[in-house]
Ligand binder design. Structure first.
Ligand code: GDP
Length: 138
C-alpha cells in the first residue's frame, strides 16, 4: 500500500466538480484516509509549491491556488502515486489522455483541476504539510 496527496484545485471546486473528481479516486482503488476543505493563504500556497519557486509561473500559480477553497485528500492504494498521476492526465489538459480528470475538467495548463504527488518523497512531504496524525484515519 502506498499513499499520495491529491488536491481538488480552486477552479474545479468553483465549477462544482468535487464529487465527480472524488468518485474517480474511489472507483479506481484509491481509498480516502484524510480529507479536508480549506482556503490556502498565499504563504501556505508558497510553502506547498516551494520546489517551483524559481519557475516563471510561480507567482501566478500561488495567486491561483490561494484564490478560493480547495479540497485536500490523502489517498491510499496499491501504486497510489502512479495510479493518481494516470487518472489525472498530463499537466496541460490539451495534452491529457481522453477520460483523464484534467481532460474532462481542466481549463488550461495552470487552472488544471487537480494536484497529485509525483514521487514518494513529495507524497510524504505533502501529506505531512496538510494532515497531522489525528486527521489521518489509519
Ligand atoms: P503537475 O505535477 O502535473 O501538477 O505539474 P508541475 O509540478 O510541473 O507544475 C505544478 C503546477 O504548476 C501545475 O499543476 C500547474 O497548475 C502549474 N503549471 C505548470 N506548468 C505551468 C506553466 O507552464 N504555466 C503556468 N501558468 N502554470 C503552470
Amino acid at each position: 500500500m502506498e499513499r499520495t496527496l491529491a488536491i481538488v484545485k480552486p477552479d474545479a471546486v468553483e465549477k462544482g466538480f468535487i464529487g465527480e473528481i472524488i468518485k474517480r479516486y474511489e472507483t479506481n482503488g484509491l481509498g480516502i484516509v484524510g480529507m479536508k476543505m480549506l482556503r490556502l493563504s498565499r504563504e501556505e500556497a508558497e510553502g506547498f509549491y516551494y520546489v517551483h519557486r524559481e519557475r516563471p509561473f510561480f507567482k501566478s500559480l500561488v495567486d491561483f491556488m490561494s484564490s478560493g477553497p480547495v479540497v485536500v485528500l490523502a489517498l491510499e492504494g496499491d501504486g497510489a502515486i502512479k495510479k493518481n498521476r494516470d487518472l489525472m492526465g498530463a499537466t496541460d489538459p490539451a495534452k491529457a489522455e481522453p477520460g483523464t480528470i484534467r481532460k474532462l475538467f481542466a481549463a488550461n495548463i495552470e487552472r488544471n483541476a487537480v494536484h497529485g504527488s509525483d514521487s514518494k518523497d513529495s507524497a510524504a512531504f505533502e501529506i505531512a504539510y496538510f494532515f497531522n496524525r489525528l486527521e489521518m484515519m489509519r
